[in-house]
Design a protein around this ligand. Structure first.
Ligand code: GDP
Length: 424
């Protein structure tokens, strides 16, 4: 059985926590898109971890963790991440890297930095992890597949061809030092050594695993609103964040994804630039940011303060629809316990009309939030295990959201820990 765990919002919904929790019953956990540009924070018996590339199931001895072909694979980063968790007492995880994954090259990171520099105030707010240049090269067919590391002749020829093209841009557009072919070759030989123990034909492995009835999780990065097709283009990420892409980024048939656990945050947060209708500012935002997540809403990769906002039912309903949500996990609900009243964005005002459907980016920029204000519950709900034990105002908030998004909320997360969960 294959289950996808994906985000309905702008990312940072708490997918890592939900994946870690569901991994208890899983055999295989797969990252299918994105790279080390976003982080998952996980708190378990070994401590608190910020993972960027490894799937959130690596903490269990019984799971196999897979980097699928859809991922932007930063090899030294992966290598160091494995080492860093083992240094903290986590048993050596079983890891597989798809032979069809492509390699995030050192120059992708440089190009990301140079381009943000060049754009200045008009930049995308990239994490400068090289993700956009990586995916551009992949689809321009000048990327390097892991399998190509093992063919020396092909590798040298390709390095030379790619350097020629990159160096023109480095010299004339960015006015930066050019790439050295030999140095790049040496780097890739190092990468080959690092990755070799993990390389496998992942699609074939998963084909058999599905036949054998294994429990498989697909772990998404970021959320529906950062999808390059259906998100707030161009302020999006460069690989699809949708569950449907899980089939491609892992190498399995689409009809095998039976469940789409869509993670929804009880309020809104976003990193980087882009339209954000229910955004709040000033002291109101600072307080939510300080109290949010686990120890404040600051980016797991960059440490940047996240932009904050009230729950956006228009965006989340759309996010759930594009994910194909079969069930929703509502997270960080405990954070809202300090509020007397909680606004929920239930519509957008656009040119004097109220709309309920999430529009294209150009229209989104003109939208103003329409709020319904719900009563707060003014207590700490951490530690509660039964839905019925939640204060009435809190259940009202959950049920209001459920009605707005039109998908059953099957799980409510009321704390960052593995066991802070209420199943309905
Ligand atoms: P991801 O990228 O979707 O995995 O999300 P992040 O890990 O970036 O952000 C979620 C943050 O919220 C992390 O710091 C989690 O530890 C924390 N978190 C997850 N669920 C809950 C919850 O129910 N309550 C609280 N207070 N924090 C949570």
């Amino acid at each position: 059985m294959v289950k996808a765990i994906v985000g309905a919002n702008w990312g940072d919904e708490g997918k890592g926590k939900i994946t870690d929790m569901l991994s208890k019953e899983a055999d295989i956990i797969i990252r299918f898109q994105g790279g080390s540009n976003a982080g998952h924070t996980i708190i378990n018996d070994y401590g608190k971890f910020a993972l960027h590339l490894l799937p959130s199931g690596v903490f269990y001895g019984h799971t196999t963790s897979i980097i699928g072909n859809g991922v932007a694979l930063n090899i030294p980063y992966l290598f160091n991440e494995i080492k860093s968790i083992m240094d903290r007492g986590v048993p050596a995880p079983k890891i597989m890297v798809s032979d069809r994954a492509q390699i995030l090259m050192p120059y992708h990171i440089l190009f990301d930095q140079y381009e943000e520099e060049r754009l200045g105030g008009k930049s995308f707010g990239s994490t400068k992890s090289g993700i956009a240049p990586f995916y551009s090269d992949k689809y321009a067919k000048i990327g390097f597949q892991v399998s190509e590391l093992f063919d020396d002749e092909l590798l040298k020829e390709k390095i030379s061809r790619v350097c020629q093209q990159k160096n023109v841009i480095l010299k004339y557009l960015y006015k930066k030092p050019e790439l050295d072919e030999n140095e790049l070759y040496e780097t890739l030989v190092e990468y080959r050594k690092m990755v070799e123990p993990y390389v496998a034909d992942v699609a074939a492995f998963l084909h058999q695993a599905i036949k054998d009835g294994k429990n498989i999780l697909l772990e998404g990065q970021l959320g529906a609103l950062k999808d390059p097709d259906f998100g707030i283009y161009p302020m999006v990420t460069s690989s699809s964040t949708l569950a449907a892409y899980g089939a491609i980024g892992a190498g399995i048939p689409p009809y095998e994804i039976k469940e789409v656990v869509t993670v929804v945050k009880a309020y809104s947060s976003a990193v980087g630039a882009g339209e954000f209708v229910s955004e709040i500012f000033g002291e109101e935002a600072d307080e939510l940011r300080r109290r949010g997540g686990d120890g404040g809403e600051y980016g797991a990769t960059t440490g940047r303060p996240r932009r904050m906002g009230w729950f956006d039912a228009v965006a989340t309903r759309y996010g759930c629809r594009m994910q194909g949500a079969t069930t929703v996990a509502l997270t960080v609900l405990d954070v809202l316990g300090y509020l007397d009243e909680i606004p929920v964005c239930v519509g957008y005002e656009l040119n004097g009309e109220v709309i309920k459907d999430f529009p294209v980016t150009a229209k989104l920029a003109k939208c103003k939030p329409v709020y319904t204000v719900l009563k707060g519950w003014k207590t700490d709900i951490r530690g509660i295990k039964d839905y019925d034990q939640l204060p009435k105002e809190c259940r009202d908030y959950i049920e209001f959201i459920e009605k707005e998004i039109g998908v059953k909320i099957g799980m409510v997360s009321n704390g960052p820990g593995r066991n802070d969960i209420i199943l309905r």
